[in-house]
Design a protein around this ligand. Structure first.
Ligand code: 8NA
Ligand code: MG
Ligand code: MG
Ligand code: MG
Length: 347
């Protein structure tokens, strides 16, 4: 396992917070070439110690990620009913954090049924199809950290925790893919460069059996949508596509609120940012990752949050600019939460 584990815990959760806070103001936007310059200046300003401005607020992504961390810290054995209660309590305490428009129904039903069956409300979403939103993936980060040396437990806890709000296979497997991506990045030493092709290969090897097992139950063995999407982003990174403009990335990989159109995009941002990107002027790979994610527009807070978690898990806390971090709401709490999660691990 890596040398600087505690720094990687911090890097990952703080990375997630920063993507959420810095991406929040652009959520839902379409980004023009003029906007790209404004985003470059916005990040430059954040790194300038003389700049004083109101902090950037975190959204539902961080609110729910904090509950997942608390669930792991407070209970020695995973207690999913406890997690459901944490989500609901957090939501009713601060409902205006920009939650997805349908997930609120799940919280209301959980509360009204006194958590009798914690999976029923999510199963009832969208006429029984379940949500395929990225809400499971956006909050997953504490799980691959806590279970970094227990792969099967990691997958089980990731799946069961996602199902409280998301029962559609695309929502669940998207959360698992994000979990696996963070886990893989965590296991790469911070001072070693990322082998981009090898990283994609690893993801395919792990997500393929998961997808095949799911769709086998549905008698459709040919379905491996996330595998196919990884092949697409791998081809784009290998420059098999002559055009890797933002428009082309959005068209081929996506920038939406569904897990399918955002988790592979976050992974792409992390991998693409291993090398310079035109229009993103910085030598800091962490900054490049989240700035590029925001520049793609659409679900900016969530894609930057997921990309930031992956990059932070690789690079660790030292690689993150602290002046920028100080512009993010409650950043000290997330540093503290990372340390508590690290200490809560059984050894
Ligand atoms: P969710 O379960 O409400 O899903 C989000 C949205 O995805 C839903 O409201 C639907 O529009 C759509 N959706 C999901 N499943 C289906 C389905 N089976 N059929 C049709 N439509 C479906 O909540 P969530 O927690 O997954 O959402 C997370 C996202 O919402 C994050 O981006 C978060 O930041 C938040 N959010 C996003 C925006 C934005 O404009 N991008 C704005 C506010 C909030
Ligand atoms: Mg806006
Ligand atoms: Mg959000
Ligand atoms: Mg979002």
């Amino acid at each position: 396992s890596p040398q600087n584990i505690q720094s990687k815990f911090r890097g990952c959760l703080v990375g997630s917070l920063m993507g959420d806070c810095l991406g929040g103001p652009y959520e839902g936007d379409e980004i023009s070439s003029g906007d790209r310059i404004i985003i470059q200046r916005y990040f430059d300003k954040m790194e300038d110690a003389s700049f004083k401005g109101p902090f950037k607020k975190y959204t539902d992504d961080t609110a729910m990620m904090k509950s997942v961390a608390k669930f792991l810290i407070d209970k020695p054995e995973p207690d999913f009913k406890y997690l459901a209660k944490l989500f609901v309590t957090e939501f009713f305490k601060e409902p205006r954090r920009g939650y997805g428009s349908n997930v609120m129904d799940v919280f209301e039903k959980l509360r009204n049924t006194k958590y009798e069956d914690i999976y029923r409300p999510s199963n009832e979403q969208f006429n029984g199809l379940g949500s395929y939103g990225n809400g499971g993936a956006m909050r997953i980060a504490p799980i691959p950290l806590y279970f970094y040396d227990k792969y099967e437990n990691m997958l089980n806890v990731a799946r069961e925790s996602t199902k409280i709000t998301h029962s559609n296979l695309l929502g669940i497997n998207g959360a698992l893919l994000q979990c696996i991506a963070i886990h893989q990045a965590f296991l790469i030493e911070s001072d070693k460069p990322v082998d981009v092709d090898g990283f994609c290969k690893g993801l395919v090897e792990k997500i393929r059996p998961i997808e095949l097992a799911c769709y086998e139950d549905l008698n459709d063995k040919s379905e491996t949508p996330y595998c196919e999407k990884i092949f697409t982003l791998q081809d784009m990174l290998r420059k098999k596509y002559t055009d890797d403009s933002d428009e082309e990335v959005i068209c081929n990989i996506g920038n939406g609120i569904s897990a399918y159109e955002s988790v592979p995009t976050a992974i792409y941002c992390f991998l693409r940012a291993q090398n310079p990107i035109p229009g993103i002027e910085t030598n800091n790979i962490f900054r490049r990752t989240i700035q590029y994610a925001i520049t793609l527009g659409g679900d900016t807070d969530t894609i930057a949050c997921m990309a930031g978690a992956i990059a932070g898990a690789h690079l660790g806390y030292e690689a993150i600019d602290k002046t920028t971090l100080q512009h993010c709401e409650k950043y000290e709490d997330i540093v503290g939460l990372s340390d508590s999660l690290f200490k809560a691990r059984p050894n």
